[in-house]
Design a protein around this ligand. Structure first.
Ligand code: SIN
Length: 282
């Protein structure tokens, strides 16, 4: 049906022998979902999908989501243009910290898909880190600390309380709503979640959105969070994708963190992102 080549020890597989512009049969769709459950990140090269193709692919994994705070493209409320132009230099980049997408929602996206349209001649790679392997290799003490705990997730970058100052905002090509009091609402998620497909457990914390653990203050939580994040982004658990125009990446947004590298000032980078729904992390 298609070939799968594992990219690293813990996350990522390249799929070859599959052209996503043609109809995706139910058997192929199931095989793709199974591969995503196993490898957490799937990369398909040279696909050159248009937006209807990307939407069809998204539906293979779950219902496409509309997300708050980040403006979608004018023609489709379920698609975000991840764009940084050649004029946006010496600034932040969208996704330029380790995170998973929108974990402050009650039911955050189960996964995300990026299709690469314009890629700089160098840089602009995306990295993922397998939070399954991270959890499995935690020290005994950290593991028992985190195992039965819940973490508080807040839409910090979009809220009123934590809204970043103008000079630290990410690039201007992505229009975001800032200062919305609704984004300051606290959502609790287990700090360790189980993948319903595989039974594997993963650390579920988010360096952008988690403010503290339940029943602990921010000050009390910080030393634990710092230690856990240090482990969560170790290169040993990660995979780095050097994009080419036409590439597609599909990832599990619960079992991984990801990071957009910001090292291509003076060049334009454009990808389209869709996200798909799943039941709340448990
Ligand atoms: C994102 O965080 O979804 C964007 C990742 C990227 O631009 O590489």
């Amino acid at each position: 049906m298609f070939q799968i080549s594992q990219m690293t020890g813990f996350v990522g597989a390249e799929i070859t022998g599959l052209y996503l512009k043609t109809e995706i049969s139910p058997d192929t769709a199931k095989a793709l979902r199974d591969a995503l459950g196993k490898h957490l990140l799937l990369v398909l090269r040279d696909q050159h999908l248009d937006l209807p193709d990307q939407k069809r692919l998204t539906q293979v994994f779950g219902a496409p989501m509309r997300l708050p705070y980040v403006a979608p493209i004018p023609d489709d409320p379920e698609v975000i243009a991840v764009l940084k132009t050649e004029r946006e230099t010496n600034t932040g980049v969208f996704g330029g910290e380790w995170h998973s997408d929108f974990s402050f929602l009650t039911s955050p996206p189960a996964g995300s898909i990026l299709t690469a349209v314009e890629i700089p001649p160098f840089g602009g790679d995306t990295m993922w880190s397998a939070q399954t392997a991270v959890f499995e290799s935690l020290s005994k003490d950290l593991r028992s600390f985190v195992e039965s705990r819940r973490a508080v997730h807040v839409g910090k970058p979009y809220g009123a309380k934590h809204a970043p100052s103008a000079d630290t905002r990410a690039n201007v090509s992505i229009q975001m709503t800032r200062g919305d009091p609704e984004a300051d609402r606290e959502t609790l998620h287990p700090a360790v979640i189980t993948d319903p497909r595989t039974g594997r457990r993963a650390l579920y914390l988010n360096p952008i959105y988690v403010t503290r653990f339940e029943d602990m203050t921010e000050e009390e939580s910080t030393p634990y969070l710092d230690a856990l994040y240090k482990h969560a982004v170790r290169p040993d658990f990660s995979c780095r994708l050097k994009w080419r125009s036409g590439d597609v990446a599909i990832w599990d947004n619960r079992m991984t963190l990801h990071y957009a590298t910001n090292d291509y000032d003076g060049f334009r980078r454009l990808l389209y992102r869709t996200t798909f729904a799943g039941s709340p992390p448990a």
